[in-house]
Design a binder for this molecule. Sequence first.
Ligand code: PHE
Length: 393
Amino acid sequence: MFISRGRAWCVAIGLALLLSGCGGASKTGGGEAGKSGAAGDGKKWELLVGANLELSGDVAPWGEDSKQGMQLAVEELNAKADLPFSIKIFYEDNASNEAKSKDAIKKLIIQNEVNVVVGAVGSNYTMAAMEVAKDERIPMITHASTNVRITKEGGEYVSRICFHDDFQGTVMAKFALEDLKAKTASLVIQKGNAYSEGLIDSFKKAFVAGGGTLLEEEAYQKGDTDFQTLVTKLKSANPDVVWLPGYFNEVALIIKQARASGFQRPFLGGDGWDDPKLYALGGPTIKGNYLCNHFHPGDTNPKVQDFVKRYDAKFGEKPGAMAALGYDAIYCIADAAKRAGSAEAEALKNAINSLKSVETVCGTVTMGPDREVTKPAVILVTGEKDHEFFKRQ
Ligand code: PHE
């Protein structure tokens, strides 16, 4: 088991505290912040939030966007006079790397003594971090990781506020069958990426159950840049659609190389496509493909438009899904903290696990007994330079 904050503190200040009985490693969460009292004494208590994000490495834009969404939410909440606590947020970079994600959450919990952790984005990085949250019994809520194993294996301290990949894969399989009238599909998997592997499984099941036929399955690895062999196989299989649930870096190159070799059938993907870099790397070849996502700034829903306005005013750009989810996660944590009435870890965990009807930008959040939420998806079509809203699912 990982060294707890209680014990680390004891080691640091030595025998005196051991004598006073600190060896039991109580895990109340929050250090001084947790003790600063309930509302009603006229003084706000402090909630310490740790954000474990991909601020560098290959999916760094996701971490940056999440951070901006979180910053906006913290600023808005701290301006509310009637909120019984103030929020202090610490951001830690996991460098888009599993081992560093573990280090990042350890630092947030041990050093910053946060009461609750939000993040990470990529499912692999969230799964690495959740082991620490579980051991330390500090609630961790991912705003964006969709792999189904997270809530199944993470235990009661780990939850998410976004939909999961069984839903996302099913939405896109149905879309392929019903909207695109596809009869056959090829699959392209990123090996070693739990997100990609999970989405391959869920799409497969739903596509076959809906009467579709699966053709061949191709694989690639993170960081690959030459997809000629894969593209040649796709061309000869000639499926109606290609299910490509990867991340934007490799996805952009696969589509680009497929189009360059004359393969014109649509590619379908999930939220992992969502970044402007898809277009920066793939250019105009990206146009005319479909992805599933949590949010689109062009959504006419007034809640979305209101958020887009405030985000644009602060950062001078339109928010993507990641910024919206980061923003929503902070509001959900604040809702839980308000009901918990303190920063104590178990109370916070229980309040997160009973989130109910919280109206967020990406939909209504009600935490189910499996620590999963039911939220709508949007299907987007890739345009010249950006995704365009296609339909709500
Ligand atoms: N769902 C992705 C994962 O689990 C992360 C992601 C979320 C990417 C939202 C883009 C937008 O790995």
